[in-house]
Design a protein around this ligand. Structure first.
Ligand code: ASP
Length: 333
């Protein structure tokens, strides 16, 4: 029999490790996952580290850094790493960790569940098994495994509050699926890793995600500048429209002049924004906004936080958003 793959399980809390408490579901340490882990141990050589014990609503950029640092420092000697995490903010964490770990040299797979592992009907066992299989696959990159689908962490979005098919891979095919053939990897969808793995955890918290609404008071941009924000991601309408009448552009122009990097994405979940199509988009391009194209808001937000944290200026950030670092954006050839 072939030697078991060595997998590190980092636990962070979430529903998967929750038990019912007096005020609702509360996350616990990995002990509550023991029944499933006992079974997985017959297939894998597992080491567990309880990193934190949080509902993912309480996970902040500081925790993203701790997760990335732990992965980077502990990865040597392991075939892959599984991170169990609450589903609510898992797409943000998976995106942020993707950018913090350029050229990661092993599979890192985030997973969780909608129903605690302690429940006999939980989706957790399936999700953990898929995550462990991907972690043992030898495919480098940061992934998210859920409901028998494995996607790039930087393409994942939580699309259901309670259904088991809670995550979708937005504008990108799955990296792998689980079927009667086992784990089927789509090698075309794996991130292109060139160069040595690096740990680059510096990140700015001064980035604001703004969902545009009809009639939004443009003074909001002055308020954000006054609060010290260095980056704004605007979820615009459709292909990237904003209100350019009624002084709508004034605030964006001033923000850019103040050195704030403004990225425009779409509030539509699927397809790419393209500011070149409509007059209302072209006016934004003239101001110097950066196009988010087909990135998820989670990826655009964390990429901007990371780019500012790396000390890049507006122009360098614009260039960075034209490149795919880990498959987060579709770059035209
Ligand atoms: N509130 C939970 C969390 O994100 C939800 C879940 O894990 O499914 O931690």
């Amino acid at each position: 029999m072939s030697e078991k793959k060595k997998i590190l399980l980092l636990t962070t809390g979430g529903t998967i490790a929750s038990l019912q408490g007096g005020e609702g579901l509360e996350p616990h340490r990995s002990g509550v996952m023991e029944r499933e882990l006992t079974l997985l141990r017959s297939y894998y050589d597992i080491e567990i580290q309880d990193l934190m014990c949080l509902d993912s609503s309480n996970i902040r950029p500081e925790e993203w850094q701790m997760i990335a640092q732990t992965i980077f420092r502990k990865r040597v000697g392991f075939d892959g790493i599984v991170v169990s995490h609450g589903t609510d903010t898992m797409a943000y964490t998976a995106s942020a960790v993707t950018f913090m770990l350029p050229n990661i040299d092993l599979p890192v797979v985030f997973t969780g569940s909608q129903l605690p592992l302690a429940d006999v009907l939980s989706d957790g066992p399936d999700n953990l098994r898929a995550a462990f299989a991907m972690a043992a696959s030898g495919c480098r990159g940061v992934f998210l495994a859920f409901d028998r689908k494995i996607m790039l962490g930087c393409r994942a979005v939580k699309v259901r509050a309670s259904g088991f098919s809670a995550f979708e891979s937005i504008n990108a095919r799955y990296a792998a699926t689980v079927s009667n053939l086992g784990l089927v990897v789509d090698s075309q969808r794996l991130p292109q890793c060139q160069g040595e793995p690096e740990l680059r955890p510096d990140i700015s918290q001064n980035v604001f995600l703004l969902k545009l609404t009809p009639g939004l008071n443009p003074a909001i941009f002055d308020m954000l500048a006054a609060m010290g924000y260095k980056g704004i991601v605007i979820e615009a309408f459709g292909l990237g429209g904003v209100n350019v009448l009624h002084k709508g552009l004034r605030g964006i122009r001033r923000a850019i002049e103040d050195g704030i990097s403004v990225v425009v994405t779409t509030q539509c979940l699927y397809d790419s924004s393209d500011l070149g199509v409509y007059q209302v988009g072209n006016k934004l391009l003239e101001l110097g906004v950066i196009q988010g194209r087909d990135m998820t808001s989670e990826a655009a937000m964390t990429k901007l936080m990371w780019a500012i944290g790396q000390g890049l200026n507006q122009q360098q950030i614009g260039e960075l958003f034209r490149k795919s670092l880990a498959g987060e954006i579709t770059v035209e050839p």
